[in-house]
Every structure is written in C-alpha cells, then in structure tokens.
Write a protein that binds this ligand. Structure first.
Ligand code: ADP
Ligand code: MG
Length: 341
C-alpha cells in the first residue's frame, strides 16, 4: 500500500479541482485520491484550524460562537486567500504522506474569465502548499477532456458545468474555448431557495445541509415518472420548537424554479451567441452536462426540451473535471496546448 503510494508520487504530478463545493485530487497512477467538501472550520480569535473537508462540513450550522466554518472558494474564485491556502496544503499533505521531499507538479483547474490577480492567487496557493510548478486549465476544457470529447477536432462541443457557486457554459472547438459564460446559478442558490421555501410555505427553518439533502433526495427540474416524498425535520418558525413536514418532488420543483430557469437561459444564450457552424456541431454531438448540479433529476430533460438538442450527463459528473485535469497530465504531449497562462 505504502509502496504503491510512493511509486505513484514518484511520478510527481497532481491534478486538483478546487471547486466551490468540493475539492478533488487526482494522480496519474492512482486516479482520484481525495474528494472532500471545500470547507474549513477554525477557532477565533486564534485562527487555529480545527477541521477541514468532510469533518468541517458536518460542523456547519452546529458550531459554538468561537468556531467559524467557511467555504473559502464560495464565489467561484478564491474568496479567502489564507484559508484556501491552508485548505489546499492540508489536502495535499493528506495524500502525500511520507514523501515531502519530492515536490509535485500540479495542474489546477480554474473558471474561465478568471482575472490575472485571481490566477496569481491560485498559483501562489499551489506553490505555498508544496508544488514545484503550477499549471492551469480552464474548467470546461477539463470537463470536456474528462468526458472524452474530441476537443482537438474542428467540431463544436458544448459543456455545461453546474457546480456549487457557478454554472459555466462553454463551447469548445479545436482545442480552444470559442464561447464561455458563467452565471451565479448553481447548487448553492438551489439550496438557498429550498431553505426559503420551507420557511415561507411551511414555517419551518431548516439548515443549509438539510436543504441540500432535500434537493438531492427529491429535487427535480422536470416532472418525474414516480412521485417522491421526504420527511424534512427542522425548527418551527413560530415558537422555535422542533417540527417536521413531509415534502414532495412537486413542491421542491417549484422551489428550484428560479435557479433552474437561469441555467436554462444561460444555455440558450450560449446557443444564440455561437456561430451557426458550431451550433450544427453541438446539435450533432449533444450538450455535455457535468458538475454536481448535473445530477439534479430531470435537468437534462428540461434543457433538452428548451434547446431541441440531446443532452448527455457525464457518467460521474462530480468527478468529470478532475478526471479531465488528470488526463491532461497523463498525456502532456497531446494536451500541452490546453494549459493557460
Ligand atoms: P464545485 O465544482 O463548485 O465544487 P460540484 O461539481 O462538486 O461543485 O457540485 C456540487 C454541487 O452539486 C452542490 O451544490 C451539490 O448540492 C450538488 N449536487 C450533488 N449531488 C446532487 C444531486 N444528486 N442532485 C442535485 N444536486 C446535487
Ligand atoms: Mg466544479
């Protein structure tokens, strides 16, 4: 086991998807070696970190006053530089135990339209966390590679990556991004609309984590073949005591309308802005859905109905981007042109 690890890291390459919701690490020999929420819990005023990743996410909404949980990537880019650095460094050291003298080369994927300052922050966090070199790849490109799309060919591929903070819509052709736009309509907003829905409709306060569980459990963007129900516990708005209500897919579909509509609108706008030749290609190849939001039930059907284009959800949309980023490392010769400066 240890020797496998050791050999894996003698390859000295590490791919990272530093997402607003989840961070994933991939090494060419082992594949995905880490997949954890991008959450950090620290104590104030000492700023001592007490939990990172899955164990920090469990603390969200449960911490006493002197403990704070943060999502340092919340708005799609690095929102809190120091905490992001600490988080990256924690994750890297979690997977490269015992071999700190061989510094890895890292590829980190970044949103399209990232500013020069933000790029510098990403590079610096990687270097500070122990990388010897940091390369960057744009997320939609990584998603397309991860899903096995023919990115180098002169044919248009449309990628819709629905993450926690943002959804990115991009059209790729001949190894470059021909169109990209990002909207702040993704998983976090969906959770917030579910939370608000329970408060207004059922006079029930629910936590962010509970709202997410409801979305994943019975949320949908399009009527389902079978109705779904879920018991949702929380706190009574009136009086503050414990209370629970039974909710349905129909209710949650209604709650999710605004963010879902915004995503569909972004896809339609991308098609409007894309030249005819590429739209013909996209129609032939289908639209690729990736990111955790791609798992929202019926979202593929809704987009398909609104565009008249077939929609393909990647097999494992939560890992598409990191697998593509890792793939680029495994075949540097083929993919060297996809890195950005
Ligand atoms: P990021 O790249 O921003 O870290 P991810 O691609 O990891 O985001 O996706 C995380 C988002 O996907 C979260 O908002 C999460 O709630 C959502 N998600 C995960 N699984 C599902 C599901 N089955 N249905 C709907 N949304 C989901
Ligand atoms: Mg992502």
């Amino acid at each position: 086991m240890f020797f496998n690890r050791l050999l894996g890291f003698l390859g000295k390459d590490l791919a990272m998807d530093l997402g607003t919701a989840n961070t994933l690490l991939y090494t060419p020999k082992q594949g995905i070696v880490l997949n954890e929420p991008s959450v950090v819990a620290y104590e104030t005023p000492s700023n001592r970190i007490i939990a990172v990743g899955a164990s920090a996410k469990e603390l969200v909404g449960r911490t006493p006053g002197n403990i704070v949980t943060v999502r340092p990537m919340k708005d799609g880019v690095i929102a809190d530089f120091d905490v992001t650095k600490a988080m990256i460094s924690y994750f890297i050291h979690k997977v490269i135990t015992g071999l700190k003298f061989v510094k890895p080369r890292m590829v980190i994927c970044v949103p399209t339209g990232i500013t020069a300052v933000e790029k510098r922050a990403v590079i610096e966090s990687g270097l500070d966390a122990g990388a010897r070199e940091v390369l960057m790849i744009e997320e939609p490109m990584a998603a397309a590679i991860g899903a096995g799309c023919p990115i180098h060919e002169p044919t248009g591929t449309m990628v819709v990556d629905i993450g926690g903070g943002t959804s990115e819509v991009a059209v790729i052709s001949m190894g470059a991004i021909a169109y990209a736009e990002s909207v702040r309509a993704a998983g976090d907003w969906m959770n917030a609309t579910v939370q608000r829905f329970f408060q207004e409709r059922h006079q029930l306060f629910i936590s962010e984590n509970m709202a997410e569980a409801v979305k994943i459990g019975i949320g949908s963007a399009y009527p389902l073949p079978e109705p779904l129900k879920m018991n949702v516990p929380g706190k009574d708005v009136i009086g503050g005591g414990p209370k629970s209500v039974v909710s349905t897919d129909e209710e949650i579909r209604q709650a999710l309308q605004e963010p879902v509509k915004t995503i569909v609108r972004a896809v339609r706008k991308a098609l409007e802005k894309t030249p005819p030749e590429l739209v013909v290609d996209v129609a032939r190849n289908g639209i690729l859905l990736a990111g955790g939001g791609a798992l929202l039930k019926g979202l593929d059907q809704l987009i398909q109905r609104n565009t008249n284009i077939r929609v393909n959800v990647d097999d494992d949309p939560l890992t598409t981007v990191v697998r593509g980023t890792g793939r680029s490392l495994e075949d540097m010769q083929r993919y060297k042109n996809v890195y950005i400066n």
